[in-house]
Ligand binder design. Sequence first.
Ligand code: FE2
Length: 249
Amino acid sequence: MLFRQLFEPVSSTYTYLLGCEETGQAILIDAVLPTWQRDLGVLASLNLKLVYTLDTHIHADHITAAMKLRSEVASRIAHPAIDALPCADVPVMEGTPLMIGTIRVDPLFTPGHTDGHHAYQIGERVLTGDALLIESCGRTDFQNGSAKTLYHSIHGKLFALPDDTLVYPGHDYEGRWVSSIAQEKQRNPRLGNDRPLDEFVAIMDGLDLAYPKFIDFAVPGNRACGECPAGVPDNLMQYCEQIGESRQG
Ligand SMILES: [Fe+2]
């Protein structure tokens, strides 16, 4: 399997490329609109054909490149079935692996950050989206999030994986790239060291985070599989534009 971890700097998002060396088929997980052309360049350099895009959840901090990539290269949009997006082509759910050539992606239903969030296990790796981050976790104060639900998702689904499973998060804001289940069980300040549920809920309730600046545009845009909605103000247009693209006027 070819594996690439790609960074999108506007929202500090990791996009994951998985490529099957036998069939040349590939998938992008959590592709982001400003870097769609960069991602196609990486696929071309590896002689891979994009057959699917897939998202971990309906993002609030960026717009998915799923629709743009489908229009450019006819990839199919895979998305958690629970979100019931009319624009999705392939519903994914826990218990039904998604195959990309010989690569098997196992969805893990991990709600709590959003109510439809899924992580994806690929052999010895798990892409944890915004459920489990390196020494952190996703916030739980919007999109039907729930600290209690997230705690049970992380303990029941992610911490249940083998200790040496590599943890690839959906974001990192401090230049960290990869962790492991063993390391998060031990070091994660919110969840590690067998921290009990009530302490975790108190930590999450006490975060007092600012309202996300792009959420009112990102959520409707992502419910449409990646359309930049009307009315995005100038200071947020960087989320809709390709990186390196210069605007007129
Ligand atoms: Fe998120």
